[in-house]
Ligand binder design. Structure first.
Ligand SMILES: CC(C)(COP(=O)(O)OP(=O)(O)OC[C@H]1O[C@@H](n2cnc3c(N)ncnc32)[C@H](O)[C@@H]1OP(=O)(O)O)[C@@H](O)C(=O)NCCC(=O)NCCS
Length: 169
């Protein structure tokens, strides 16, 4: 059985693993090795994740995890970006566990938090252009494409593009 709960320090290693492996398997073919390694080492290191599971505010609601037999099989989290809009900042699964509904369950937990605790009425997400796993998922959940923007974390010479999606919640 898979349980969705708010993460705590015992989940830090598992979050780092699913996010790093999920990121690698999602972007391995569209992004350079340097880009992927830079993002993984910046965001999905255990020190940062420990800090992020122990802190929670309106701007970062903490990680939620999907746990099966003490193993983290998915992780995600978000926060508010203005008075009424929430955003999904991160959502990754164990690459072997896609299409079982786990991503939907995590998205629902984050959405419930944003609506009930922070009064969100809309929700945003940024997805890399070309992410053929993330985009169909968000579209299936009612997100609508809004605009393109420069990819987060581009350094000189990189021109990755992000797509901004939004839905009412
Ligand atoms: C995106 C992700 C979190 C979704 O989680 P998941 O558990 O695989 O998704 P679910 O099983 O809950 O739901 C899949 C939904 O997306 C739809 N979907 C998935 N792939 C699709 C495709 N190629 N075409 C059309 N629809 C697709 C399914 O139809 C399903 O909707 P339905 O239940 O209405 O049929 C997960 O696949 C993942 O980690 N992907 C890689 C990382 C990523 O891209 N993260 C997002 C970046 S922020």
């Amino acid at each position: 059985m898979i349980n969705i709960c708010k993460a705590n320090p015992i989940h830090v290693q598992g979050i780092a693993k699913v996010c790093s492996e999920g990121y690698q398997s999602t972007y391995g073919e569209t992004h350079s090795k340097e880009y992927i390694e830079r993002i993984i080492s910046e965001f999905y290191n255990t020190e940062r994740i420990l800090d992020e599971v122990t802190k929670s505010s309106r701007y970062w609601g903490g990680y939620f995890v999907a746990v099966e037999n003490d193993n983290v099989v998915g992780a995600g989290g978000g926060g508010m970006i203005n008075e009424t809009a929430g955003e999904i900042f991160v959502l990754y699964l164990d690459p072997n566990r896609r299409n079982e509904g786990i991503g939907t369950n995590l998205l629902e937990a984050i959405t419930k938090q944003q609506k009930e605790e922070f009064n969100a009425s809309e929700q945003w997400v940024s997805v890399h252009k070309g992410n053929e796993m993330g985009i169909p998922f968000y579209e299936a959940r009612g997100f609508i494409f809004q605009q393109e923007q420069n990819g987060y974390g581009n350094v000189e010479g990189e021109e990755y593009v992000s797509l901004r999606y939004c839905r009412s919640i």
